[in-house]
Design a protein around this ligand. Structure first.
Ligand SMILES: *Cc1c(COP(=O)(O)O)cnc(C)c1O
Length: 386
């Protein structure tokens, strides 16, 4: 089954562009809201880095989610889309001074701190402004996620977070610094995780840690478990709304919270991935020695995931019902890795046919670059294309 698209409008629109099905996005957000609503102390932030398109951010903010930012630019994008600053969390291994200042000036909910020197700088900058920064310590729980090596973040070898064995020292430092208030512990083990066992492993690790800290009379106000819930790239139509019920239930069942503690999530991919497609046009069909190429007008500058992570995206010819042939689908960029898929079965392609590269709503448009002096792709909502 192919996705359904407004082909007539697409034919009048310059390609390549991103198309976002807002009906699906709203359905996804409704599901999150109703599943989260089952647990009174759960709170969801949207990870802005997955897609910072202003129109999408606005819809997500209207649904009541907070924002999880990893740069000053993302904090600005979130504020511009109307996210209340008290619902903004800010993580990242390399926060520069102006970014910390921006967070302080807006009195954001929390800085997720990733190292001891960062904690000291936040304390110093907050002191200069006569403020107190709320901080959570990002802990590297040394829990592996069974996903692509480039998108696991919770192992000791990764650059992220504070190692478990440094934690107690840094907590006592935080308690002694005058302009920071330790309010939480933060974790994020990776992305595109579909095995609930990985999240259970994280819960168990957090439980152990909380027990250990409790013995030293340390109980923080909130636990933040990051994001990482994956989507089905193989079958974008099968379960377009990810299984949020199972995801939140896993945490409810396995994570032991102390009375009064809230549990925060930072979901990116699972919120926006399936609502987006990259729409591109076939420029040429070229017969190679052993295969045929469908050369399209989108490239790795528009969607870099296949080149960067060998990621799979389902590809469909949405304007042909002809018999199926096999193609390597490639872009125009001067790089051999500019390939969207090899040996892909598509309805026979002709010049001008429209191709949809599915499940492209997350880490697509936002990762676009101007390499080869290419124009950045536009992003359109379905309601703009009726
Ligand atoms: C990337 C990131 C997220 C979101 O990850 P998804 O896999 O898109 O859900 C959440 N928290 C932090 C700290 C991140 O870096």
């Amino acid at each position: 089954m192919k996705g359904s698209f407004p082909i007539r409008v697409f034919k009048e629109t310059r390609t390549p562009f991103y198309y976002y099905d807002t009906e699906l996005l709203r359905k996804t957000l409704d599901t999150i809201r109703s599943e989260v609503g089952k647990y009174e102390n759960f709170c969801v932030h949207y990870a802005v880095k997955a897609n910072a398109n202003h129109k999408l951010l606005t819809i997500i903010r209207e649904a009541g989610l907070g924002a999880d930012c990893v740069s000053g630019g993302e904090i600005e994008a979130a504020l511009k889309a109307g996210f209340p600053s008290r619902k903004i969390v800010y993580a990242g291994v390399g926060k520069s001074d102006w970014e910390i200042a921006l967070g302080l000036d807006n009195d954001i909910f929390c800085f997720n701190v990733e190292s001891e020197p960062e904690l000291e700088i936040i304390n110093a900058l907050a002191g200069e402004k006569g403020r107190t920064a709320r901080v959570a310590l990002r802990i590297n729980p040394n829990v592996g996620a069974h996903t692509h090596a480039n998108i696991t973040t919770g192992l000791a070898e990764n650059k992220f977070g504070i190692a478990m064995h440094d934690l107690e020292r840094i907590i006592s430092l935080a308690q002694h610094l005058e302009h920071v208030q330790l309010v939480g512990l933060h974790f994020h083990i990776g992305s595109q995780i579909l095995d609930m066992g990985d999240f259970m492993a994280l819960c168990n690790r957090i439980n152990e840690l909380q027990e250990q800290l409790y013995k030293q009379h340390i109980v923080v106000q909130h636990i933040n478990v990051g994001g990482g819930l994956g989507v089905d790239y193989q079958h974008p139509n099968r379960q377009p709304v990810p299984d949020f019920a199972a995801y939140f239930a896993t945490y409810h069942k396995h994570l032991k919270l102390f009375p009064g503690q809230t549990l925060h999530f930072e979901l990116g991919r699972a919120v926006v991935c399936q609502c987006g497609s990259l729409i591109t046009q076939v420029l040429y069909v070229k017969q190679g020695t052993h295969k045929q190429f469908a050369i399209v007008d989108a490239g790795m500058t528009d969607l870099i995931r296949p080149a960067l992570y060998q990621a799979y995206h389902k590809i469909e010819n949405i304007t042909s019902e002809d018999s199926v042939e096999t193609y390597d689908v490639v872009g125009p960029i001067c790089e051999s890795s500019d390939v969207f898929g090899k040996a892909i079965d598509l309805n026979r392609c002709r010049r001008g046919d429209l191709i949809a590269i599915r499940s492209a709503g997350a880490y697509g448009e936002i990762m676009a670059s101007g390499y080869n002096c290419r124009k950045l792709p536009e992003g359109y909502l379905s309601e703009e294309m009726k």
